[in-house]
Design a protein around this ligand. Structure first.
Ligand code: GDP
Ligand code: IMO
Ligand code: MG
Length: 427
């Protein structure tokens, strides 16, 4: 059975959690393939709201298996906290969640390094989530990382921690001039959580291949957004993982042919948390209005999200990089009150018009958006359940976004709840 990828097509927080939850009811397996506890995926079920960081968004269905794949960086303490929290709310986690033995582990020294790096960068800081993501991937690619499999092999784990800690401490002391960390600071927080974690650890590659061969329906849950991809995003203002379709394969071990449907999630406008270019960013007062209506505050850090108009250029780039087959457009309802809505169709840079998102971040920083202004609809849309329930101008707005992106619409979301959704296709 082919797999479906759900990927953010902007700078993250597009509403992936809601879209995954919508599709997960019909899926057998939901797998995360990159990122770590930097992700914050909000899912509303009735009056309940869940914010998931490491646990895949299929966990709300008792019949769906959830996998933290090999491409993820996993903070064991945060994962166990999340599991305990979800179990406390009555969800079945044990038996429904599995963690790859190949995933890399985030430890307290990674978080300390993340914070120290940011502090040292000063005005050039990336605005990371301080979850230790960059330093964990740096260790992975530096071939000194510690895998989940190591975590369960005490002598191996301790030897690796000792070696790495000596190196990190030299760095803390000599480069950052901050206090060193003790072995106890790394090991002690793990003591309470290994017993909970151990039964979840598995060969996720085998699990996913068996599911594929058995014809099970697999969803691949992206975190962050394409413009935060370490290769294709607005470097260095990116996260440290491969967010795009290629990352879904390397982060799970599934073969390329399994991917037949790639759903790009986009907001009907644009947001970004942290530093880096956001060409359609609104001036503070206008941005604040949309931020309040759209509740645009980070699910992981609580930081206010930067807000801008819909920008077709990053979405077109995401369409190309991921081979998007469908768009899921979220948060249309947030624009209900507007008389007129600008949509960015191109950039102006040094007297030239650019139709493609520039590779160089320095160029993106200097781009001025070229806007097409579309009429608003000034009608509450959250009650719509089919396209014909929407006002003409709202339909025209959505059609324009899909046309500019070059990807057909599959889902429109007009509120955070499950039923506040219009399906244009069968998923
Ligand atoms: P993710 O990281 O891509 O999963 O997105 P987040 O969960 O961080 O942010 C999206 C926010 O928008 C969450 O609070 C969702 O509950 C909410 N949301 C999702 N879809 C809609 C929608 O169509 N309308 C409104 N008003 N809120 C939505
Ligand atoms: P979800 O999955 C939005 C951003 C951070 C920062 C940059 C690097 O909820 O869409 P990191 O901690 O990853 O090293 O930070 O990436 N960032 C996100 N922005 N949504 C996310 O996840 C993000 N995860 C990381 O704000 O700019
Ligand atoms: Mg989020």
């Amino acid at each position: 059975m082919p797999a479906t990828l759900i990927v953010g097509a902007q700078w993250g927080d597009e509403g992936k959690g809601k879209v995954i939850d919508l599709l997960a009811g019909k899926a057998d397996v939901v797998a995360r393939f990159q990122g770590g506890s930097n992700a914050g995926h909000s899912v509303h079920v009735g009056a309940e709201q869940y914010v998931l960081h490491l646990v895949p968004s299929g966990i709300l269905y008792p019949g769906t298996i959830n996998v933290i794949g090999n491409g993820v960086v996993m903070d064991p303490v945060r994962l166990v906290d999340e599991i305990v929290h979800l179990e406390g709310r009555g969800l079945k986690v044990t038996g429904n969640l599995f963690v790859s033995d190949l995933a890399h582990v985030t430890l307290p020294y990674h978080k300390r390094l993340d914070e120290a790096n940011e502090l040292k960068r000063g005005a050039d800081k990336i605005g990371t989530t301080h979850q230790g993501i960059g330093p964990t991937y740096a260790d992975k690619y530096g071939r000194i990382g510690i895998k989940v499999g190591d975590l369960l092999d005490e002598p191996v784990f301790l030897a690796k921690v000792r070696r790495n800690l000596a190196e990190k401490n030299a760095f803390f002391r000599e480069h950052y001039h901050i206090p060193e960390m003790t072995e106890a600071e790394i090991i002690d927080p793990l003591r309470g959580c290994l017993a909970k974690l151990a039964p979840l650890v598995t060969d996720s590659v085998r699990l996913l291949h068996d599911a594929m061969k058995a014809g099970k329906k697999i969803l691949l849950e992206g975190a962050q957004g394409t413009l935060l991809d370490v290769d294709f995003g607005t470097y260095p203002f990116v996260t440290a993982s491969h967010i795009t379709a290629g990352g879904a394969l390397s982060g799970t071990g599934l073969p390329p042919a399994v991917l037949t449907r790639q759903i790009g999630v986009v907001k009907a406008y644009t947001t970004r948390v942290g530093a880096g270019p956001l060409p359609t960013e609104l001036p503070p007062e206008e941005g604040e209005r949309l931020r309040i209506i759209g509740r645009e505050y980070g699910a992981t850090t609580g930081r206010p999200r930067r807000v801008g108009w819909f920008d077709a250029l990053p979405v077109r780039r995401a369409a190309m990089l991921n081979g998007l087959t469908d768009l899921a457009i979220t948060k249309l309802d947030v624009l209900d009150h507007l008389d007129e809505i600008p949509v960015c169709t191109a950039y102006r840079w040094k007297g030239k018009e650019l139709a493609e998102f520039p590779n160089r971040t320095e160029v993106a920083q200097e781009c001025e958006p070229v806007y097409r202004r579309l009429p608003g609809w000034k009608t509450v849309t959250s009650g719509a359940r089919k396209m014909t329930d929407l006002p003409d101008n709202a339909r025209r707005y959505l059609d324009t976004l899909a046309e500019l992106a070059g990807v057909p619409m599959g889902i429109v979301s007009i509120g955070p709840k499950r039923d506040e959704t219009i399906f244009l296709k069968e998923f």
